[in-house]
Design a protein around this ligand. Structure first.
Ligand SMILES: Cc1ncc(C[n+]2csc(CCOP(=O)(O)OP(=O)(O)O)c2C)c(N)n1
Length: 371
């Protein structure tokens, strides 16, 4: 089956056709590039921290940083329902690095106070909804939020992200079906990185083109080169415009590749041929975008070297700061669920605190608990 794939930048960074070059300001181009580079080095550091035993878990998005292109067409009021590889989307929208790294450590610097699994980011001021562990649940949540927005006549649209594996889940079907039936202002962004942990996409679905699945729900599906940040920007911009103008949802399939392990817990050499990594290294989204920016005389090797130094320093300084945090207090796990804590929880809390006190388990007078 041959299906067109939207591409604006060729893997060598040159334009496919200068007539389709999107108009993006120099500041936005440079901001996207900076976030891509930051994300790449954040991944490197995140994995190192996990290997050092300082954090429990990390998920990289190495090779998929061009997803940042999907953040630029969004407005402040829009809602993001991410999977777990959208670091660049959050960072572009203003996810503070300290909050991001704090979440990984789950200590007193973490807004969630360690009550979420590492890498399950959330940040309300930018409408970045908490990542859910069960895959694809966010698809149905986004459809619901988009339908609510339509009923309220808000201008906000919702965008949600999932992987190729996520398309096999019931929530993917439910979300797409509801969004289609209610013409919801929703954009479904599927990063087809060709693997769901160790399961290759051809074992996941008999439909080799995920974008084609949109037909069954009655709205357009578009396949885009997921390593081409300009193409990602362009197709999402069009989908966002459709959604905002009341024309309903769009499914975008970004064809890409995960240039590493699924998470800090697996070894891709056990299931992914080395040749595939070599092939996709040639299509690296960061290298491609950098070559484009240099050819436009918007960037130089000297600026690149400086940027890399800056982001590495920023990450190091933030990690150092976050590591000064203490573990959260044991009682915090009972708090901020109910406005008034029910009696049964109060009893449980007292019982637990008493036991921990008796065993001498607290680190300090704030009842910080070493997890
Ligand atoms: C409902 C459910 N089943 C299984 C898992 C375990 N699991 C976590 S991530 C994952 C693979 C998801 O692959 P995909 O959707 O392609 O996303 P990718 O990791 O490739 O970005 C699986 C099976 C889970 N979290 N939730």
């Amino acid at each position: 089956m041959t299906v067109e794939m939207v591409q604006i930048l060729k893997p060598d960074g040159s334009l496919v056709n200068s007539k389709i070059e999107p108009k993006i300001s120099e500041a936005d181009l440079k901001k996207m590039y900076r976030v891509m580079v930051l994300t790449r080095f954040l991944d490197e550091r995140g994995l190192t921290l996990q290997r050092q035993g300082r954090i429990g878990f990390y998920v990289t998005s190495t090779g998929q940083e061009a997803i940042v292109g999907s953040a630029l067409p969004l407005q402040k009021e829009d809602w993001i329902f991410p999977a777990y590889r959208e670091h660049a989307v959050g960072l572009f929208r203003g996810f503070p690095l300290k909050v991001f790294i704090g979440q990984l450590f789950g200590n007193s610097e973490d807004l969630n106070k360690g009550r979420q699994m590492p890498n399950h980011f959330a940040y309300a001021p930018i409408h970045y909804v908490s990542i859910s562990s069960p895959i694809a649940t966010q698809v149905a949540q986004a459809a619901g939020a988009a339908i609510a927005s339509k009923i309220r006549k808000d201008s906000a649209i919702a965008i949600t992200y999932c992987g190729d594996g996520g398309t096999s889940e019931g929530e993917f079907h439910a979300g797409m079906n509801f969004a289609g039936a209610f013409k919801a202002p929703c954009v479904f962004f599927c990063s087809n990185n060709q693997y769901a942990i160790s399961v290759p996409v051809e074992k996941q679905t008999a439909q080799p083109v995920i974008a084609e699945k949109a037909k069954a729900y009655g709205f357009p599906g578009i396949r885009v080169d997921g390593n081409d940040v300009l193409a990602v920007y362009q197709v999402v911009k069009e989908a966002v415009t459709r959604a905002r103008e009341g024309q309903g949802p769009t499914l975008i399939e970004a064809f890409t590749f995960r240039m590493g392990a699924h998470s800090s817990s697996d070894d891709p050499t056990r299931y992914c041929p080395k040749s595939k990594l070599e092939e996709w290294s040639q299509k690296d989204p960061i290298k491609r975008f950098k070559t484009y920016l240099i050819s436009k005389k918007l960037w130089s090797e000297a600026e690149d070297t400086k940027l890399i130094e800056q982001v590495k320093q920023e990450i190091s300084d933030t990690v150092t700061e976050v590591m000064k945090g203490t573990p959260p207090s044991l009682s915090s796990m009972f708090e901020e669920v109910y406005q008034e804590m029910p009696l049964n929880l109060q009893w449980q809390k007292e019982e637990l605190l008493e036991e921990a006190r008796a065993k001498g388990e607290f680190l300090d007078s704030s009842e910080a608990f070493p997890l």
